[in-house]
Design a binder for this molecule. Structure first.
Ligand code: CP
Ligand code: NVA
Length: 328
């Protein structure tokens, strides 16, 4: 059984396969998830991940069950009066083992990545990360579908400008693995830790991609074909709003910055975007902006990913790719 908590949970062949399978299922409308029930548990708000994936699962004949995270992840709220020692409804192990008897997968958006690791410890069904504080691997799958649709197999340089967290980490990890020159520009105080940098360096040793840390957004733009943005204030960081924003001065993505890029450059953003904060309206609404194509692809790649994880883990990937090409 395979979980998908981070990009590294899939081999390169599996990433390519999930993208191909997504393509195929989206065209053929096959009911690959018939009789499949997926539990959705979201600790934070979501539009694209939640709705896009639910539509994908529905279109493939599967079903989604939504559960209140308070009831699922420890059940903290069950008593009108607190009872010492009895303040949780049941142990997470019991909840997860019960769900494993009925459902085929759990799709969870959590504050702490540790929560997903704990779910995996107890689960007999695949856990799929719908975003944690550290990773957003499904977003990266959709983004590389978008990049391939735009630039075919050309390994264009891609630079993320902003905060070094979930979306950026998964994008950079997948990019290096798939052979792209990846860049990052952002304020040092919200940049990568030494451990993250060592991890990227390590990935570069084993894969064809590269990683460059740019001091300034302008320096990044000059050598990037794709500029990628995300909010400066992530969900759960609202209290840090003022303190954090001050440090991002000079990292807004605007038309002037985009003009420094080579011709045919594109802009990407995972959304939600804060118009006028990390990126201007002109850039979000420009012909070179790929934001709605990315959003559409969130739905498309969910098809391949859920089918692969919940229905097909036991088949040899290379054989499956061959079979798929024959079907095409
Ligand atoms: N990009 C993304 O994950 O969007 P949502 O937060 O709306 O799911
Ligand atoms: N970094 C953002 C991504 C939202 C999809 C957040 O965690 O809120």
């Amino acid at each position: 059984m395979k979980h998908f908590l981070e990009v590294g949970n899939l081999s390169n062949a599996e990433i390519e396969y999930v993208l191909e399978l997504s393509e195929y299922l989206n065209e053929m409308q096959e009911e690959s998830l018939l009789q499949t029930n997926v539990l959705f548990c979201f600790e934070k708000p979501s539009l694209r991940t939640k709705v896009g994936s639910e539509v994908a699962i529905n279109q493939l004949g599967g079903r989604v069950i939504h559960i209140d995270p308070n009831a699922f992840l420890g059940g903290k709220i069950m008593h009108a009066k607190p009872i010492p020692g009895l303040d949780e409804r049941e142990a997470l192990k019991d909840t997860v083992m019960n769900v494993s008897q009925w459902c085929d997968g759990i799709f969870a958006r959590v504050f702490s990545h540790e929560t997903l690791l704990t779910l995996c410890e107890h689960s007999e069904i695949p856990i799929v990360n719908a975003l944690s504080d550290e990773h957003h691997p499904m977003q990266a799958l959709a983004d590389f579908r978008t990049i391939k649709q735009t630039y075919s197999e050309e390994k264009v340089p891609i630079t993320f400008i902003g905060d070094a967290n979930n979306v950026a980490r998964s994008l950079i990890e997948m990019g290096i693995r798939l052979g792209y020159p990846m860049g990052f520009a952002g304020p040092e105080i919200y940049g990568w830790s030494a451990a993250d940098l060592a991890h990227f360096e390590d990935l570069c040793k084993y894969h064809d991609g590269s990683f460059t840390y740019f001091q300034h957004a302008k320096e990044a733009a000059i050598s990037s074909q794709v500029i990628y943005g995300d909010t400066f204030i992530s969900m759960g960081e609202e209290d840090l709003h003022e303190e954090k924003l001050a440090h991002f001065d000079g990292f807004q993505i605007d038309e002037k910055l985009m003009k420094l890029c080579p011709s045919e450059a594109s802009f990407m953003h995972c959304l939600p975007a804060h118009r006028g904060v990390e990126v201007t309206n002109e850039v979000l609404d420009a012909p070179y902006s790929l934001i709605y194509q990315q959003a559409k692809n969130r739905m498309v790649v969910s098809k391949g990913l859920f089918t692969f994880l919940l229905k097909e883990q036991n088949v040899n990937v290379t054989e499956k790719i061959k079979k798929l090409y024959q079907l095409n």
